[in-house]
Design a protein around this ligand. Structure first.
Ligand code: UDP
Ligand code: MG
Length: 309
């Protein structure tokens, strides 16, 4: 017998909890045929609705269901990390509770593991049902990351992924506070098989990610997996010095040929504004990295558990 841990982060998902359970257990005969035991870990990310009650109802009926409940909302990244820490399985899979990660793909994923892959990941090839502006920025993000980061990140990749114990332990060894799991998966390496599927819309409830939250999340990703933005200040510094040098020569020559009536106040103001703007911009970039370092150095726990069943 081998054990499969299913990790399901939930934040205000009372309508989806039971539905997800039913959908997952449709694979029951597959699990039995392949001698796979299942443990289902609902990670309640500080929900304010009846999510915990719903999970407890399931626990009363089925001892394979477990609950880890956070003291407040720590974010999906923290929930996934908690799940990976608590999971005891030989295989671990992470899934969204809203059924956007179809549990029916599990047999195909296991087939990949049997072929000898260390992990089987999923990506959606379409983004239908998503606001066009969101898709546009998501595509830009992945294209940018391909250029500025050495870590592989696949466009449209989901967090839905089946992994062996070895890979889970590798991920757990990365204890960083600012977690960007899509990058971490790529960073640890191992052989990954990609399954593609059409985007599925949320079964119940609403998305927890506003456009703004996603934009901030993408900055987290860039800062966590690339230091290219720090180069911007060096490059700008060099360019500004070159420009200044040319200006000095130009002004000296002009003085020698035409004499120099005192003038040029507007151009001076423009130059001061431009350079100080660039200065602030570059300090800001450095500040972003420094802020992350600060949080990292504090070494705070990634999540706090209030209740565990
Ligand atoms: N989620 C979470 N904590 C959060 C936000 C989301 O655990 O702070 C969970 C949520 O319950 C869901 C999954 O993460 O199971 C994906 O969230 P959502 O469906 O809202 O994201 P989307 O699919 O729209 O990107
Ligand atoms: Mg979703």
């Amino acid at each position: 017998m081998s054990l499969l841990s299913v990790i399901v982060p939930c934040y205000n998902e009372e309508d989806s909890v039971a539905l997800f359970y039913q959908e997952l257990m449709k694979n029951d005969s597959f699990f039995r045929q392949n001698e796979i035991e299942v443990e289902l870990l609902y990670i309640d990310d500080g929900s304010g609705d009846g999510t915990v009650t719903e999970v407890k109802k399931l626990i009363a009926e089925d001892e394979r269901v477990h609950l880890v409940s956070f003291s407040r909302n720590f974010g999906k990244e923290a929930a996934m990390f908690a799940g990976l820490e608590k999971a005891r399985g030989d295989y671990v899979v992470i899934m969204d509770v809203d059924l956007q990660d179809p549990p029916s793909l599990l047999p195909e994923m296991f087939a990949g593991i049997k072929e000898g892959y260390d992990s089987v990941a999923t990506r959606r090839v379409s983004r239908k049902g998503e606001p066009p502006i969101r898709s546009f920025f998501a595509r830009r993000f992945y294209r940018l990351m391909k250029k500025i980061s050495k870590t592989e990140m696949m466009d449209g990749a989901r967090d839905y992924r089946l992994m062996t114990r070895q890979m889970v332990d590798a991920i757990l060894s990365m204890r960083e506070y600012n977690r960007f799991t899509k990058g971490i998966f790529g960073w640890v390496g191992f052989r990954t098989k990609w399954l593609e599927y059409e985007n599925v819309e949320r079964a119940r409830g609403e998305t927890k990610w506003s456009f703004w939250k996603l934009l901030m999340y993408s900055f987290d990703g860039i800062i966590a997996f690339s230091t290219a933005p720090l180069m911007i200040s060096s490059v700008m510094g060099v360019v500004m010095c070159l420009v200044a040098f040319l200006m000095i020569i130009f002004i000296i020559v002009r003085k020698l040929i035409f004499g120099d009536p005192v003038s040029g106040w507007p151009s001076m103001v423009c130059i001061i504004l431009l350079t100080s703007g660039i200065n602030f911009f570059c300090t800001g970039i450095v500040g972003q990295y420094l802020a992350r370092t600060y949080l990292e150095v504090k070494n705070r726990p990634i999540y706090l558990v209030k209740e565990e069943i």
